[in-house]
Design a binder for this molecule. Structure first.
Ligand SMILES: Cc1cc2nc3c(=O)[nH]c(=O)nc-3n(C[C@H](O)[C@H](O)[C@H](O)COP(=O)(O)OP(=O)(O)OC[C@H]3O[C@@H](n4cnc5c(N)ncnc54)[C@H](O)[C@@H]3O)c2cc1C
Length: 395
């Protein structure tokens, strides 16, 4: 396996770097976290600019507006986006990273025509309605039911942790269409328009202080049957297509951004002083930063190995589970280190004395959720134990 980039890859990098160099400063800083209309406008506006420049959804097939980018080009894309500190998909995450790709693979021609160009341009925002109060790690036990009534499904139930529900136009919704069969066999995947009567959401405030996700209540919501993706009761298979996209290279950009964040921590350590000494003068701290950098390098090499596997087989391998586990746990260590470097200034939600308290605190608080989101650490360890190491299955 050769993890170096080719000349052609480097040319793609320099073109993208040139475009980002002007486009990022011109676009300006993001709005406050709790201003949802402004966040939607900011993230979708950036998506539109990417689209106009030919850099939106680069991994999508050309016929759907992407550029058929190879996994290696995607890695370069993540490196450059991270390096330029450009906005990333933000609230477009579900549509761009897994809702859209699922429709490309599994949708009807009408579904593709209705949604794909709009997701690409940033005209349409999606959320994900998978988890329920009684169905998280064991997702297939979901109970939101959909009863067929002519050419509609009547949907009733509750979802939870629905990220970006407050700005979404559509939701990738899992429902139970057959309550009698085995649990994996009675699920269907629906496109839920969020404006339909009977759809209500209640934002849940997180530690970070924003209502990033919501409870989603569905009462007798009439969803057209033509909004079903895949066959009735075949939604578990479609769900696995969605999850494969979600877990593919979805974390790569965040992993690259960790390297920038560690550099920011090192910079802050050179400015914070305690009793006439800089935090940076502490040899133990410098050693810790060095170790973390080495671990981040190793993690990036693991991402590259995964990408080289995708190049060979066409699908993300099981190793993605280890990447997700390491990335989320490293993020918590980075957040903890950032707080220790700032000391008391780290407790402020506003910048103090020119130090990036606001951002460091936000990263530290947000990192707590990462070992739960997209599959908990315990579940990742179970998968590594059983499917990579071949240990006995849990009972
Ligand atoms: C920031 C964030 C964003 C999210 N966004 C969305 C979203 O947009 N849409 C959506 O549908 N969901 C979303 N989720 C939900 C997420 O997918 C679930 O929280 C996750 O799958 C865990 O499910 P749970 O919370 O029900 O915990 P549970 O499954 O109830 O688990 C509780 C605890 O038991 C442990 N556990 C469970 N089963 C096992 C086992 N077999 N072996 C060992 N330990 C086990 C878990 O590791 C965990 O520690 C989000 C979550 C977070 C934190």
């Amino acid at each position: 396996m050769d993890l170096r980039y080719s000349e052609e890859n480097e040319q793609f990098r320099s073109e993208l770097r040139r475009w980002l160099k002007d486009a990022v400063p011109a676009y300006g800083p993001p709005p406050p976290l709790d201003d949802w209309p402004a966040r939607r406008a900011y993230d979708t506006g950036w998506q539109r600019q990417l689209h106009e420049a030919g850099y939106a959804c680069i991994d999508w097939p050309r016929e759907y507006g992407g550029r058929d980018a190879s996994p290696i080009e995607q890695l370069i894309y993540f490196e450059e986006i991270g390096r330029a500190r450009a906005p990333y998909v933000g609230i477009n995450f579900v549509g761009v990273k897994h809702g859209g790709p699922t429709i490309i693979v599994e949708g009807t021609p009408e579904q593709k025509a209705a949604h794909i160009p709009r997701i690409l341009r940033g005209d349409e925002v999606w959320c994900q309605g998978f988890s329920e109060p009684g169905a998280g790690s064991d997702l297939a036990s979901l109970r939101t039911r959909a009863v067929r009534d002519g050419d509609h499904y009547v949907v009733t139930g509750q979802k939870i942790w629905t990220t970006y529900a407050q700005v979404a136009d559509y939701c990738e919704l899992l429902v139970r269409t057959d309550p009698n069969g085995p649990k994996h066999k009675g699920i269907s995947w629906l496109i839920l328009p969020m404006h339909l009567p009977g759809v209500e959401f209640r934002p849940l405030k997180t530690l970070v202080g924003e209502g990033e996700f919501s409870e989603l209540f569905l009462e007798d919501v009439r969803v057209p049957v033509e909004n079903r993706v895949g066959a009735e009761n075949d939604g578990w298979r479609v769900t696995n297509v969605t999850l494969r996209f979600e877990r593919g290279t979805a974390f790569a950009s965040a992993i690259y951004a960790q390297q920038e964040f560690l550099a920011d921590i090192a910079r802050a350590a050179q400015r914070v002083t305690r009793f006439d000494a800089r935090a940076w003068d502490d040899a133990a701290l410098r050693k810790e930063i060095g170790h973390l950098q080495a671990e981040l390098d190793a993690l990036w090499a693991l991402v590259k190995m995964g990408v080289s596997e995708i190049c060979k087989t066409g699908i993300p391998g099981i190793g993605g589970v280890a990447v997700k586990l390491l990335y989320s746990e490293l993020d918590q260590r980075l957040g903890d280190l950032a707080q220790r470097v700032l000391g008391r200034a780290g407790l402020s939600r506003d910048d103090i004395g020119g130090l990036p308290s606001k951002r460091f605190l936000a990263v530290a608080l947000k990192s707590v959720s990462l070992t739960i989101a997209a599959g908990t650490s315990q579940i990742q360890r179970n998968i590594i134990a059983e499917r990579i190491l071949g240990l006995p299955k849990e009972r």
